[in-house]
Write a protein that binds this ligand. Structure first.
Ligand code: B12
Length: 214
């Protein structure tokens, strides 16, 4: 059952057939497929489109259409995920954003959604956030954690600049700095001087935060 509907979603997604995809998502939910599983499936489809872009089989407009379509899907999945049994206000605040130069926000929004649905307050600075803006907001709100996301290898230097600036002002000790996003991994996070790597996907990001802010 799940395989069949996932295949239908895949075909419609790859055709950028928004009407069809946006009908299939609620249908999958009705059939009992979990919202997180659907989100995972859609992420895989996006990743494939990214791979085809990188080898010149697809082009920028494809990524734009796929990104818009994913946004539409997330609008349907968001209330389901936010209506989580896991919700217990934690009283903990996470300062979050995409580093300077990076406008990808689908992954960040997924992570944010899972954190919020588990009771964390997330202050989302959005995309293309300069290091100084992270510092200014951190000084203002004194978060329990600062989480940085970078989707591209080209914005890794921005992540480094942000970590350097934050550490020069005392962050990274008591208030940890977490690195994540498509271009990050555990080795890179250590190399950049982050306090930790938050994980490969939104679910791992949630587990890391639960552990870190327990
Ligand atoms: C959709 C898309 C776009 C859309 C973005 C729309 C949007 N609103 O986000 C648009 C069209 C705008 C776009 C633009 C560009 N893109 Co683009 N894009 C993608 C694509 C296909 C999907 C990204 C995505 O949403 N993935 C799905 C999400 C769920 O995955 P994710 O972001 O990795 O997030 C997950 C994890 O990383 C993790 N996570 C995320 N953040 C954090 C943070 C923390 C703390 C933690 C713990 C975890 C975590 O959890 C998330 C959920 O599971 C990727 C391909 C790919 N492999 O990802 C390319 C990709 C990222 N783009 C790429 C490129 C090159 C570009 C452009 C430069 C293209 C151009 N020539 O203009 C521009 C750059 C714009 C900019 N300045 O940022 C390259 C980057 C290559 C590189 N250098 O690393 C990729 C990898 C495609 C490729 N294979 O070549 N893109």
């Amino acid at each position: 059952m799940k395989d069949a509907i996932f295949e239908e979603i895949k075909v419609a997604f790859n055709d950028y057939d928004a009407d069809e995809v946006l009908e299939l998502i609620p249908k999958a939910l009705e059939e009992g497929v979990g919202a997180l599983e659907i989100m995972d499936h859609l992420s895989g489809l996006l990743e494939k489109i990214g791979e085809q872009f990188s080898i010149g089989e697809l082009f920028l407009p494809d990524m734009v259409m796929a990104g818009d379509l994913m946004d539409g899907c997330m609008q349907i999945l968001k209330p389901v995920i936010m209506d989580s049994d896991d919700y217990v206000p934690s009283g903990k605040t996470i300062l979050f954003g995409m580093v300077r130069g990076d406008v990808h926000d689908i992954g960040k929004n997924m992570v944010k959604m899972l954190w919020m649905s588990s009771g964390y307050e997330v202050i989302d600075l959005g995309t293309d956030v300069p290091a100084e803006a992270f510092l200014e907001k951190a000084n203002e709100v004194k978060p329990n954690l600062i989480a940085l996301s970078s989707a591209m290898s080209t914005t890794v230097p921005s992540m480094k600049d942000t970590i350097d600036l934050l550490k020069s002002r005392g962050y990274g000790e008591e208030i940890k700095i977490m690195a994540g996003g498509g271009s990050a991994n555990a080795d890179l996070a250590a190399e950049l001087g982050a306090s930790c790597y938050g994980g490969d996907d939104a679910y791992e990001a949630l587990l890391s935060v639960k552990q870190l802010l327990a």
